[in-house]
Design a protein around this ligand. Structure first.
Ligand code: NAD
Length: 419
């Protein structure tokens, strides 16, 4: 449907918030304070390009809500970055952090640019100047950025260095998702997928559905999708029956070894053409009969048009915003359990929180301990969402929002108003 495709992400985020607020009977004063972001910074700053020209870029940092703790959320470099998108992503972070109960509020930032057309040196110049511009807002006790689309550990290293240079001492806790050599955390790279698989395992128990031999369909075979497939294959002996990436989709009813699909993708640039599978259309992949469907690529892929034809028992949203709000009711009616993005992919920010704690203590944990602590956080968040779903007789997404909004509202209520 047209409206599904064109819905702006901030409207989508607000729609979920308003429904949760209605379910909770939230009072209007608190609603007003949650609805709008607390702080928004727009910066226009010059960067010297390789040919000697100066180009002015626009960047943003938004703190949606800091009632529960410092703002936390990534930085995105993309031509489509704009204030509404950053606001939406910041509010998603508020809910995500509240659902998993980590002591952070929600923030997000970005620069409108095309990193694919920029050299490493230009990206470094852009990042350092942007870091300086937003340094009036960020800091380990105030607002802690992390990587998002087209930013990575190197980007975080430049920001950490720029911020530290201005202060005259090393401040590793100003960003997370850093390289291990400067205070990054073990297990961060796998954390999103690992957290997602922990929630899938809990959901499977509720559905009394063994994960051994369970048919798994994965849309998107990048960091989140490929690692989730590997963990399900290695740790649960699940059958990965279909995989897609931006170039195409493949299917084998007997299951595929995700390690060898990944090797094929690294050699050929895509999963398409993998010899031990047949090619299917990307739309067919979504409607395959399976136990678990993992959307791990883009926004707005499950719509009112296809929700009635999906054949999964569990949908685990590794991606952010893969389901349009109107499709939720259809999935719920059909008895499909949706593990919403703000729960299912919160493993990444949870290990970011662990990284920040380790940086602040200058004491680093072993990967095994990190994975165990992540498991505890994800399992307890899953149980809290499930209980909320039962209490209010709502589906899992609504329950996750109700839980998150309630936690944020309680923090606002108990803190009161200054002055
Ligand atoms: P990535 O860039 O590593 O992988 C994205 C994958 O999606 C690639 O394999 C790409 O080919 C594929 N893809 C792109 N267009 C597609 C299409 N039309 N159909 C099928 N596949 C397509 O990104 P990622 O880090 O894995 O992130 C994926 C999603 O997970 C995003 O929504 C992201 O916001 C979300 N997420 C990621 C993390 C994390 O820590 N990586 C954390 C939270 C949420």
């Amino acid at each position: 449907m047209q409206s599904d495709q064109t819905m702006n992400p901030f409207q989508m985020a607000l729609a979920n918030f308003e429904i949760a607020a209605d379910t909770l009977g939230l009072d209007n004063n608190i609603r007003e304070r949650i609805r709008l972001p607390e702080r928004e910074l727009i910066v226009n700053f010059p960067v010297k390009l390789r040919d000697g020209r100066i180009k002015v870029f626009t960047g943003y940092r938004v703190q949606h809500n800091t009632a529960r703790g410092p703002a936390k959320g990534g930085l995105r470099y993309h031509p489509n970055v704009n204030l509404d998108e950053v606001r939406a992503l910041a509010s998603w972070m508020t809910w995500k952090n509240a659902v998993v109960g980590i002591p952070f509020g929600g923030g997000k930032g970005g620069v409108t640019c095309n990193p694919k057309e920029m050299t490493t040196e230009e990206l470094q110049n852009l990042t350092r100047r942007f870091a300086q511009e937003i340094s009036i807002m960020i800091g380990p006790e105030r607002d802690i950025p992390a990587p998002d689309v087209y930013t990575n550990a190197q980007t975080m290293a430049w920001i950490m260095d720029t911020y530290s240079m201005a202060r005259g001492y090393c401040v590793p806790g100003v960003v997370t998702g850093k390289p291990l050599s400067i205070g990054g955390s073990a297990g961060r790279n796998e954390a999103t997928a690992r957290g997602c698989v922990y929630t899938i395992a809990e959901a499977a128990k509720v559905k009394k559905m063994p994960l051994k031999n369970a048919r798994i369909v994965v849309q998107g075979f990048g960091n989140a999708g490929s690692i989730a497939a590997k963990l399900l294959f290695d740790d649960h002996q699940s059958r990965i029956i279909a995989i897609s990436d931006s170039r195409g989709a493949i299917f084998n009813s007997k299951g595929m070894n995700p390690h060898s699909v990944l090797l094929y993708k690294s050699q050929h640039g895509s999963v398409k053409g993998y010899p031990e599978a047949e090619e299917i259309s990307p739309e067919e992949l979504l409607t395959l009969e399976c136990e678990v469907l993992i959307p791990a690529a883009l926004e707005n892929v499950i719509t009112t048009e296809n929700a009635g034809r999906l054949n999964a028992k569990i949908i685990a949203e590794a991606a952010n915003g893969p389901t349009v709000p109107e499709a939720d009711a259809i999935l719920d009616e059909r008895g499909i359990m949706v593990l919403p993005d703000i729960l299912a992919n919160a493993g990444g920010v949870t290990v970011s929180y662990f990284e920040w704690v380790q940086d602040n203590y200058s004491f680093f944990w072993k990967e095994h301990d990190i994975n165990e602590r992540l498991r505890e956080v994800m399992v307890s968040a899953f149980k809290a969402v499930l209980e909320t779903a039962k209490k209010y007789d709502v589906h899992m997404r609504r329950a996750a929002y109700v839980l998150a909004v309630d936690r944020v509202a309680e923090a606002i209520r108990v803190r009161g108003i200054y002055p």
